[in-house]
Design a binder for this molecule. Structure first.
Ligand code: APR
Length: 176
């Protein structure tokens, strides 16, 4: 049984096997959570990222965590919100699902996600949260033994409140 957890805080301080980065297609760092993760991981991270030759929207790639408490970072590129007619929901779902698949391939059993695309990429928070939860619950239904804990990390109150009510509605109640 996978524990699905909700916390409010800074993902760079967390200790799962992997934290997920809301990156851009270059994978060479940026602002927001990308900037925080690169800042906390240290300069070795960007050297490894350079070898990955970028990442397509909706795809995911893995690196070491370097100075982070998390052993690995899953870099995924969320969609920029363009009004909803450019497959944004499908691409965001894919970010979560492919990050879980990549983690499972590496036999990692705990993972923490930020609220991908809801900052600089302006994806509506309510739809993003519903999409994230659907991708995670779909994955857990198909691979119930793959993860011991999947954590949603909210950095702001608005996201936290949205996740709290959506998770309660899905009867997933193990959240802090
Ligand atoms: N821990 C957890 N969540 C964080 C942190 C942090 N330290 N810092 C920011 N966040 C949250 C934001 O509040 C937002 O809810 O991460 C979510 C995603 O926001 P962004 O980081 O802006 O990411 P995104 O909207 O996916 O845009 C990606 O921004 O930083 C650049 O290089 C990145 O071009 C890419 C774009």
């Amino acid at each position: 049984m996978t524990q699905i957890t909700l916390v409010k805080g800074d993902i760079t301080k967390m200790h799962p096997d992997a934290i997920v980065n809301a990156a851009n297609s270059s994978l060479l760092g940026g602002g927001g959570v990308d900037g925080a993760i690169h800042g906390a991981a240290g300069t070795e991270l960007v050297h490894e990222c350079r070898l990955l030759a970028g990442c397509k929207t909706g795809e995911a790639k893995i690196t070491k965590g370097y100075n982070l408490p998390a052993k690995h970072i899953i870099h995924t590129v969320g969609p920029v919100w363009n009004g909803g007619s450019k497959k944004e929901e499908h691409l965001l779902y894919s970010c979560y699902y492919k990050s879980l698949e990549l983690c499972a391939q590496h036999k990692l059993t705990t993972i923490a996600f930020p609220n991908i695309s809801t900052g600089i990429y302006h994806f509506p928070k309510q739809l993003a949260a519903a999409t994230a939860i659907k991708a995670v619950t779909d994955f857990c239904e198909s691979e119930p033994e793959a993860f011991t804990e999947i954590t949603f990390v909210c950095f702001d109150d608005e996201n936290y409140t949205i996740y709290q009510s959506l998770l309660a509605a899905t009867h997933i109640t193990n959240y802090e």
